[in-house]
Design a protein around this ligand. Structure first.
Ligand SMILES: N[C@@H](CCC(=O)N[C@@H](CS)C(=O)NCC(=O)O)C(=O)O
Length: 196
């Protein structure tokens, strides 16, 4: 049985959503970042981590891709041009959405107060808006990589949800409607009902 380490309201949600999409059972330890529980699995205290038997895996996107590969679903096969295009989208989302949201979090509550530069947040919000516009233009549907839901769909939806929670400007109607259909997936709803 897999075990997901990390609060539902963190990047652990991505891993839980992936497991729900794959229809694989898992246990969930809803601990916070830097908690003693989190440090049992990752000395840095970062969440999420995934236990797969004796193996401890870290980083939400690496774990999502590992699970997709292992179960042969929600991904193009490794070593194909389609996979290279999918990975390019995944890495673009990490660079242009996740990193911006994380920088905003650092300057809002993660860093000690004396290291925060709140003035940077307006710039980060504009940068995120530019990324969301680019993503909207690239979206031909029904999913980011075409006809099949893949890892980047889950990652992008999680980032858009995070941006809403962080008080960023809403994404445009096209991207917003796509994100809504992603949130309506039974697997998303099943993961969202887990203990916070
Ligand atoms: N790239 C990592 C980032 C993990 C991460 O920073 N998680 C946050 C919670 S969502 C955390 O544990 N923060 C605590 C810290 O950075 O000390 C991933 O996607 O898993």
């Amino acid at each position: 049985m897999y075990k997901v380490i990390g609060a539902t309201k963190s990047r652990a949600f991505r891993v839980m959503w992936m497991l729900e999409e794959l229809g694989v059972p898992y246990d969930h330890v809803a601990c916070g970042p830097r908690s003693d529980e989190a440090k049992k699995y990752n000395p840095t205290g970062k969440i999420p981590a995934l236990l797969d038997g004796d193996e401890i895996l870290t980083d939400s996107v690496a774990i999502m891709q590992y699970l997709a590969d292992k179960h042969g679903n929600l991904t193009a096969p490794a070593g194909t041009p389609d996979r290279a295009r999918q990975d390019a989208m995944t890495f673009w989302l990490i660079d242009e959405m996740d990193a911006i949201l994380w920088a905003t979090a650092k300057h809002s509550f993660v860093f000690p107060e004396e290291q925060r530069v709140p003035e940077i947040k307006d710039s980060l919000k504009s940068e995120f808006a530019r990324s969301a516009k680019t993503l909207s233009e690239r979206l031909e549907g029904p999913f980011l990589m075409g006809d099949t839901v893949t890892v980047p769909d889950l990652l992008a939806t999680h980032c858009i949800n995070w941006s809403i929670g962080a008080g960023f400007a809403p994404v445009d109607d096209k991207l917003g409607a796509w994100a809504k259909t992603m949130r309506e997936r039974p697997a998303f709803k099943a993961a969202a009902t887990k203990e916070a």
